[in-house]
Write a protein that binds this ligand. Structure first.
Ligand code: NAD
Length: 495
């Protein structure tokens, strides 16, 4: 069967890139399976997508927000209907197991329902004026044209986190998804088209970071860049945006930790640690890559983790018995292998894993064995740098204060978790852990869409996605004073 060729979506039309070039999208669990070919877009395509978004802005910003919400609501309904096929395609596209890709689509559903409702809220403020016969309020206005640049690990959820709030707030969008996962993003755009989104309001250009992403970020008609991806790319984007005084929101890497105190429920804690470390094959920005264990229980807890890690099965994410799918591509597998070598050179004790999984069921994919390092010290590179693979480091601590010190000794600040039965210790941790998200007695993963999502330090630049916090990224405040006194009243001057 001929491989399907997918097109860009610009100004309401599905069309080829002007270069005529395409790139291939293959299954990381079976690199002989090609899912499709996608347009390799360059500056000319980006130019036209941004022109379409700029033109559509004039109409979309005037469309009442509840009407925008109705279209987004329809997208939610269609996502519900198409949940399973979307999830199956996603597993083929990037490897994570089906129950997780179903969760990824569910996150898109939740985001769309929540965002649709925002069309009738989007609260501003009305406050008293200091002068008589004067009304004072603030309202939200769209920022303009948004460039949404997304990674491959949440191929539908992360585009939805950006598209839904951007569109409900009256912005128009050009979406550039990761070149490893263009299909899931394209399927989402198709649903917006079917739901009746007018031409030009949402545009899709597929391609690489350098050929497609850079011209999009650099286009002076883009008013806001919303980026999720690695810290290196985010740093590059921030410099480009700063030169043009352009707004930008960055969600980047993590080096997340779970603290397990001596009074914790160790069975529960071990399940949470493994789910955090090996879910999505460790390729989550919120993945647990450090577990910080109180010395009193170190030996016992390490044994529990080791036994459970050894029992995990790698394989195709579409097979129900698979615990851990493949890494997304060969580059990612090399990176993870390198870190396992670095960890051993630095003196970490490799308890299990550390090499690619090449058994019969895994020989055609980018599989890597779930890996456990013990005797890791907080300054080792494997304890400091984002690995983005199924590698977990066990670090010993003396007590909660020591654990907090270790967690905070990181360039990143996304997610943290503490297992304890002591409510006082739990609140102390909430207060002192320098991360955007903290879980008590749960893993580092599992964010819900109605609350802010994002991190401190090298993880972000102060913005948050999801919840009402997302509205702050996608709107400008307009402050309005209406003076109905019939005379010139002077604030701060009139008595
Ligand atoms: P990446 O930075 O390589 O790519 C992300 C996106 O940016 C892709 O679409 C890519 O094509 C594009 N891109 C790359 N270089 C670019 C450039 N110079 N200009 C414009 N666009 C460019 O990241 P990735 O490998 O796709 O994703 C993994 C990273 O994403 C990890 O570091 C992970 O922690 C992070 N992540 C963070 C969050 C969060 O919310 N904090 C969520 C998911 C993933």
């Amino acid at each position: 069967m001929a491989t399907k060729v997918f097109k860009n979506y610009i100004n309401g039309v599905w069309e080829k890139a002007s270069s005529g070039e395409v790139f291939s999208n293959t299954n990381p669990a079976n690199f002989n399976e090609e899912l499709g070919r996608f347009q390799l877009s360059r500056k000319e395509d980006v130019d036209r997508a941004v022109s379409a978004a700029k033109e559509a802005q004039k109409m979309w910003r005037k469309t009442p927000a509840p009407k925008r919400g109705e279209i987004i609501f329809k997208v939610a309904e269609m996502l519900v209907k198409n949940k399973k096929p979307l999830a199956e395609d996603m597993t083929r596209e990037m490897g994570k197991v089906l129950k997780e890709t179903l969760g990824d689509v569910q996150e898109g559903i939740d985001t769309a329902y929540y965002g649709a409702g925002e069309g009738r809220r989007m609260f501003g403020e009305t406050v008293p004026s200091e002068l008589p016969a004067k009304f004072a309020m603030s309202v939200r206005m769209p920022v303009g044209v948004v460039a949404a640049v997304t990674p491959w690990n949440f191929p539908l959820a992360i585009p939805s986190w950006k598209l839904v709030p951007a569109l409900i707030c009256g912005n128009t969008v050009v979406l550039k998804p990761a070149s490893d996962t263009p299909l899931s993003a394209l399927r989402l755009v198709e649903l917006f088209e079917k739901a009746g989104l007018p031409p030009g309001v949402l545009n899709l250009v597929t391609g690489t970071g350098s050929q497609t992403g850079v011209p999009l970020i650099d286009d002076p008609r883009v008013d806001l860049v919303s980026f999720t991806g690695s810290t290196d790319t985010g740093a590059d984007i921030s410099v480009r945006c700063a030169r043009q005084m352009k707004q930008y929101s960055l969600e980047m890497g993590g080096k997340n930790a779970i603290v397990v105190l001596a009074d914790a429920d160790l069975e529960l804690a071990s399940e949470a640690v493994l789910w955090g470390a090996f879910g999505t094959t460790g390729q989550r920005c919120t993945a647990c890559s450090r577990v910080i264990v109180e010395k009193k229980i170190l030996k016992n807890f390490t044994n529990i983790l080791l036994e459970k890690t050894r029992a995990m099965r790698c394989g195709d994410g579409l097979k129900p018995k698979t615990d851990v799918g493949p890494l997304v591509n060969e580059g990612q597998r090399e990176k993870v292998s390198n870190y396992c070598e670095i960890g051993q050179r630095e003196g970490g004790k490799l308890l299990t894993g550390g090499t690619p999984e090449t058994g019969k069921a895994c020989k055609n994919g980018y599989f890597f064995k779930p890996t456990l390092f013990a005797e890791v010290s907080p300054k080792m590179r494997i304890a400091q740098e984002e690995i983005f693979g199924p590698v977990l480091s066990i670090i010993a601590c003396n007590n909660l204060d020591h654990a907090i010190e270790i967690v905070n000794d990181s360039d990143f600040g996304l997610s943290s978790a503490v297992f304890t039965a002591d409510v006082n210790k739990a609140f102390e941790a909430i207060e002192d852990l320098d991360t955007g998200i903290t879980y008590i007695n749960s893993s580092t993963i599992g964010a819900e869409i109605q609350l802010p999502f994002g991190g401190t330090k090298g993880t972000g630049n102060g913005h948050r996605e999801m919840g009402t916090a997302a509205l702050d990224t996608y709107t400008e405040w307009k402050t309005v004073y209406v003076d109905y006194s019939g005379k010139l009243q002077k604030a701060q001057i009139d008595d």
